[in-house]
Design a protein around this ligand. Structure first.
Ligand code: 5RP
Length: 223
């Protein structure tokens, strides 16, 4: 199976976690796009969704699923999203699609994070994929130096020759060269640096379940 087919497989498998009659939290990325396509078949059984990005909101609305502001909702039973890396304990690196801040906000107000990923995303130690960090632009260079002091190389994410701006109007540093053996401690530490909006390590908001697309089918990992 191709990576695209594995993404479609887990996107469909995630439907079993959507609770009829309730709003669903929806993440961002190519795997989530497969989930959104599958969700079209259930659209009459849910009142709508809370979305983590402008891109996912547009896709949801295009298939007729109403999108609610996170402030209108106290809690969600389930949040479905992809990951750039996931370890055997459900800790993740996220933010490859630059939506990490809204993703973490919705994850925090959801009872259950269901991660959908193809098997290439499963790792022993987080960090081979550069860690995305959303930052306030005036702090970007100082934060880059702080990462350098811990052995990381931070690069400002660019788009069409200019720094990429997130849906929140901020910038992204992609930090390579880190082996994150204690994701909870790493997330707590970086969160405290002035100018950091969100670090793309999801340890405090880790997955409860991962639906991993493999050549043998969907493997369910409970954490
Ligand atoms: C977006 C994300 C995505 O979930 C992550 O980048 C995985 O994307 P894809 O499903 O396209 O591989 O965190 O900010």
């Amino acid at each position: 199976m191709t990576q695209d087919e594995l993404k479609a497989l887990v996107g469909r498998a995630a439907l079993q976690y959507v609770v009829p009659g309730e709003l669903v939290g929806v993440g961002t990325g190519s795997t989530v796009n497969k989930f959104i396509e599958a969700l079209a078949a259930m659209k009459d059984r849910i009142p709508g969704a809370v979305s983590s990005s402008v891109a996912s909101t547009e896709r949801l609305r295009a298939i007729g699923i109403p999108v609610f502001d996170a402030n209108e909702v106290e809690s969600l039973s389930v949040y479905i999203d992809g990951a750039d890396e996931i370890d055997a304990r459900g800790h993740m690196i996220k933010g490859g699609g630059a939506a990490l801040t809204r993703e973490k906000i919705i994850a925090a107000q959801s009872k259950r994070f269901v991660c959908i990923a193809d098997e290439s995303k499963l790792v022993d130690v987080l960090g081979r994929y550069p860690v995305p960090v959303e930052v306030i632009p005036m702090a970007a260079q100082r934060i880059a130096r702080q990462f350098a002091a811990m052995g990381g190389q931070a690069r400002l994410r660019m788009k069409e020759g200019a720094p990429l701006l997130t849906d929140n109007g901020q910038q992204i540093l992609d930090v390579s060269g880190l082996a994150i053996r204690d994701p909870l401690a790493f997330e707590s530490e970086v969160n405290q640096w002035p100018g950091v909006v969100t670090v793309g390590v999801f340890a405090h908001q880790k997955a409860a379940v991962c639906l991993l697309g493999t050549a043998a089918g969907v493997k369910t990992m409970d954490f």
